[in-house]
Design a protein around this ligand. Structure first.
Ligand code: ZN
Length: 307
């Protein structure tokens, strides 16, 4: 894979980022890794940008390996926006090579800074990359996207700043809505059980305990002991529902479900959560705001409102 990429990059010749004119006089070509970052770039860039996202609906960024067609897109970009914090676990080499060609590649979630990031002990010093689950943190990332676009295309700085401010006002309202909705879940049922640990920031921001089967990344396999421990936890705490994720195989959560039922407790699958990828374009879940609304509606609906 690495060799193929190197050959491809050298066959492309020198960077051609500005071959079709100064950036201020044409749309800025943005390539984003995840659909979440592509959505953010569209909001902040507005009609100044042409955004291509590499990873579509249901794609797991921890495991995603760039294809040759992706490399061609990356090389043709004016700027590459990626999450960083090792979310795109298999893309490090390609991103380094793209940067080596003088293309700006910005790890937008890393601008949050250590003080705002979570580093759960089970991840051995690594930061949790799933920052979008806290709407207030994602609002901060939108500032990083605006800064990057302003630096690249200062002629249109006012446009980017105005777009970012308008979007941030919507995110502030969204964050308040999430607080209002999640506050209706009874305290002893504020537990989110999913296939992988994508919801730590959600838990911190909105007051939920979070249990994931696979740890931070889907790259590590869940073992039978993990399944047994999680099943015991769910049965003892009488947690009404667990959740599956659109970008992770439901197999492991099904195994937990059976283990819980074997203990004589009837836990439900509370529905599908969007964790690391948006839904299909054109659907409500195809945007960040829609995805958050879907997740919160699903969580609150399954864990129950206070009478
Ligand atoms: Zn993840």
């Amino acid at each position: 894979m690495v060799l193929a990429v190197s050959v491809f990059l050298s066959a492309c010749g020198p960077a051609t980022g500005t071959a079709d004119g100064p950036i201020a006089e044409r749309p800025v070509r943005v390539v984003a890794t995840t659909s979440l970052i592509a959505d953010l770039a569209r909001e902040v860039g507005g009609d100044r940008v042409e955004v291509e996202g590499l990873m579509g609906p249901g794609v797991d960024p921890h495991l995603y390996r760039p294809r040759e067609s992706d490399v061609a897109r990356l090389v043709g970009a004016d700027i590459v926006l990626y999450n960083g914090l090792e979310l795109e676990g298999k893309m490090g080499e390609v991103l380094e090579q793209v940067e080596g060609r003088g293309i700006i590649a910005e790890p937008v979630a890393e601008t949050i800074g250590e003080g705002g990031l979570l580093a759960p002990p089970e991840f051995q010093g690594a930061f949790d990359p799933h920052v979008w689950m806290d709407v207030a943190l994602w609002r901060r990332v939108s500032t990083a996207v605006a800064d990057a676009l302003v630096a690249l295309d200062p002629t249109h700085a006012e446009t980017y700043v105005a777009n970012a401010e308008a979007y941030q006002a919507r995110l502030t309202a969204l964050d308040a809505w999430v607080r209002e909705q999640t506050a209706t879940v009874p305290p002893d049922q504020r537990v989110i059980v999913t296939a992988h640990d994508a919801f730590n920031y959600f838990g911190r921001a909105y007051g939920f305990e979070v249990r994931g089967l696979q740890g931070l990344s889907t790259a590590t396999e869940a073992g039978t002991a993990d399944v047994r421990d999680l099943a015991a936890f769910v049965a003892e705490r009488r947690i009404p529902a667990m959740f599956v994720e659109t970008s992770v195989s439901p197999r492991n959560i099904q195994a937990v479900l059976q283990a819980v039922q074997a203990r004589g407790f009837d836990v439900a699958i509370g529905g599908n959560l969007f964790s690391d990828a948006l839904g299909d374009p054109g659907t409500p879940e195809g945007t960040y705001e829609g995805m958050i609304r879907h997740n919160v509606g699903t969580i609150v609906g399954a864990l129950g409102r206070e009478e």
